[in-house]
Design a protein around this ligand. Structure first.
Ligand code: SAM
Length: 238
């Protein structure tokens, strides 16, 4: 009986993974209509094509969450487990306040902020990532308020945060929610690599704020298999 339970457990997908979404790896970067032609050519039944197109067109957040659950559920995923180096430099000498970690992933930055005495809130669409963040915080005896949701669903509130962090993330929901959620005098700290917005695009993400610092540099990415890449960094204040 015990060995049967073990076999059943081993045959379950890893937490947060939906095998019916396996196709997304191949489909993610294709236009749905182009992907549909490929599927028809390959003889995939119309019902299955319709299911995939519905997910791609109407429920992409579910597919993205599944994708990131796979990423964070795989111990072999190649990303930095250390806090983002731009963030650590910015925080140096800064008085702790209240921070929001926007799309916090496994909480590497949220936990660093909490260690420095910040009150930390964060959210991410991947429940596996948020689970890792909560587990690590509990192991370290730290408190972070971590929520599983998309940015469109998150309740940002008004004038709550001294710092809003975008570490290898960017606002996909209404950016006014971000600027409204900053306290007067608060800052947005942002870093990402190519593929997020076009060249100089970061400069225009927060037109209601004042850009206090912007730089482009070349360094090892925190993600993208840790390849050397162009990296963009910004601090903008309210
Ligand atoms: C490249 S990772 C960065 C994670 C974290 N900020 C860090 O630096 O370690 C991007 C994260 O964004 C999350 N994400 C992507 N789109 C999202 C959305 N619309 N709402 C919430 N989280 C999202 C993913 O689940 C993933 O954890």
């Amino acid at each position: 009986m015990r060995s049967l339970s073990i076999v059943l457990l081993l045959s379950l997908p890893l937490a947060g993974q939906n095998p019916a979404d396996d196709f997304y790896r191949d489909a993610r970067d294709k236009k749905p209509e182009v992907y549909a032609i490929e599927l028809r050519t390959a003889g995939i039944p119309e019902e299955e094509i319709a299911r995939r197109l519905d997910l791609l067109t109407n429920h992409r957040a579910l597919l993205e969450a599944d994708r990131w659950n796979r990423f964070y559920g795989d111990p072999a995923s190649n990303y930095s487990r250390a806090p983002n180096s731009f963030l650590t430099a910015v925080l140096n000498g800064m008085k702790p306040g209240t921070a929001l970690d926007y799309a916090m992933g496994d909480g590497r930055n949220a936990i660093y902020l909490a260690k420095l005495g910040w009150t930390v809130h964060g959210f991410d669409m991947s429940d596996v990532a948020v689970g890792l963040a909560k587990q690590r915080a509990a192991e370290l005896g730290l408190t972070i308020d971590a929520t599983t949701c998309t940015d469109a669903e998150y309740n940002f509130g008004r004038e709550r945060f001294d710092l809003i962090l975008f570490s290898w993330s960017m606002p996909l929901a209404d950016v006014r929610k971000v600027t409204d959620a900053l306290k007067p005098g608060g800052i947005v700290v942002m870093e990402f690599g190519p593929g997020f917005v076009g060249r100089n695009g970061m400069l225009h993400l927060f037109d209601d704020l004042v850009i206090e610092r912007y730089e482009m540099t070349r360094a090892v990415s925190d993600f993208s298999d840790r390849r050397e890449t162009d990296i963009y960094r910004l601090i903008a204040g309210k």
